[in-house]
Write a protein that binds this ligand. Structure first.
Ligand SMILES: Cc1cc2nc3c(=O)[nH]c(=O)nc-3n(C[C@H](O)[C@H](O)[C@H](O)COP(=O)(O)OP(=O)(O)OC[C@H]3O[C@@H](n4cnc5c(N)ncnc54)[C@H](O)[C@@H]3O)c2cc1C
Length: 369
């Protein structure tokens, strides 16, 4: 389509680069990483070498340039080419850990945290959720008490993506002045958490016990945390429709091939209509999420539309992965089938980055109720 920001020459090349990366560096190893419970650091370095890790970050901070639309292109292709949302979560955790640090414009923090992470040398995570709750961000309890030029931080974070491998965390803490985001190092990993899906993405519980952190490591407060949630929610929405699209593609190939009662499955009207409905839901989700992403990339501060985009994509993904497993029959329940992994991976989409219910709260507030 002429004028489609997703189909510029540059973005086609970015899509091609991502596809080749998945085919060469990811697909041969993904099953092994799913069993290992994490992706290797070497993958971060490889993704950095070809400029993929730094997409969406300015060259001045060690990134490769590009904006949110470029990040959407990369996320789409990482999944459509045979990767997974778990892979995106593990390899691109810096997408939620770094933006607050970059936004400070502080050279010392960029050199210590941003540049080495975008070079694939360090791993960062975003630590907001606590055992007592995640949805109520304002209610978090991890305490940062002032001690001269430092804070002494005590608390527990849980469900933290890449937490087991992370060298640093952008953590939400309570100070005497309210909620702050503080970049911390030296925390303990108290537990690696086993999960339903996202097996290649490590998830951890972290303990901050008397951590001494310079007060100069504050990189924002509640407002900044909320602002950057937009990009995280759009990323999850993209992961959701891209997962659905991949499952549709896999199912289309399967129903053409699979014969029952002497005919291909694809020849049955019931099957054809199910595929049509899956395709419709993918198309609607992709179109709307991309539309919202373009507006956010152009500088609009959207909250309600982002919440709507996430819920739209999650609903479509939930429907499509379920139908994909069903149409694969017994194979759909077996680990050999890629749709089985997507089915498990997809369940987190309506929970992470703000649940479906919390998105609906945001939408309802906008409606004035
Ligand atoms: C695999 C995985 C990776 C994650 N990665 C990270 C990460 O990297 N960093 C991080 O900080 N967190 C992470 N999380 C945590 C995630 O963001 C939270 O689980 C999520 O925000 C929900 O918080 P909670 O689990 O405390 O549920 P709760 O807040 O306890 O909610 C429980 C249920 O109640 C509903 N609910 C809550 N409040 C309301 C309300 N007012 N009205 C109606 N319903 C309500 C919720 O929608 C949910 O269904 C991750 C979680 C998982 C499972």
């Amino acid at each position: 389509m002429t004028g489609d920001p997703f189909e510029t020459e540059e973005r086609r090349r970015l899509r091609e680069l991502t596809r080749r990366f998945v085919e060469r560096e990811v697909r041969p190893h993904l099953d092994e990483w799913e069993r290992a419970g994490e992706v290797p650091r070497a993958l971060h370095r490889r993704a950095a070498e070809i400029g993929l890790l730094g997409i969406g970050f300015a060259e001045e901070v060690g990134g490769s340039g590009g904006d949110l639309v470029d990040s959407v292109v990369v996320t789409e292709e990482l999944i459509r080419a045979g990767g997974s949302s778990g892979l995106v979560a593990a390899l691109f955790t810096h997408g939620i850990a770094l933006p607050h640090i970059v936004a400070t414009g502080r050279a010392d923090l960029v050199e210590r945290f941003v540049r080495p992470t975008l070079a694939g040398e360090r791993i960062g995570c975003l630590a907001v959720t606590e055992p007592d709750g995640g949805s109520d961000v304002a209610g978090i309890r991890t305490k940062a008490a002032e001690d001269g030029d430092d804070y002494i931080v005590n608390g527990t974070k849980t469900f933290i993506t890449s937490g087991a491998r992370a060298d640093f965390a952008t953590a939400a803490v309570q100070t005497a002045d309210g909620l702050r985001l503080l970049v911390v190092e030296g925390f303990r990993v108290t537990r690696r958490l086993d999960k339903m899906g996202w097996h290649c993405s490590d998830t951890a519980e972290l303990a901050f016990v008397g951590l001494r952190v310079p007060r100069s490591r504050v990189v924002g407060g509640f407002a900044e945390l909320m602002t950057h949630f937009a990009a995280e929610r759009i990323s999850l929405a993209v992961q959701a429709y891209a997962t659905a699209e991949r499952c549709l593609d896999l199912t289309l190939a399967w129903v053409r091939d699979r014969h029952t009662f002497g005919r291909p499955l694809a020849s049955r009207q019931l099957v054809r209509h199910r595929l049509a409905e899956m395709a419709r839901q993918v198309e609607v989700a992709r179109t709307y999420v991309r539309h919202v992403a373009v507006r956010v990339a152009s500088g609009e501060r959207l909250v309600t539309e982002v919440a709507m985009a996430k819920n739209t994509a999650v609903a479509s993904c939930d429907h499509v992965v379920d139908q994909a497993v069903q149409l694969h029959g017994g194979l759909g329940y077996i680990r050999d089938a890629e749709v089985e992994r997507h089915y498990r991976d997809a369940r987190i989409m309506g929970i992470g980055g703000g649940t479906t219910e919390i998105m609906n709260e945001i939408i309802a507030k906008q409606l004035g109720v």
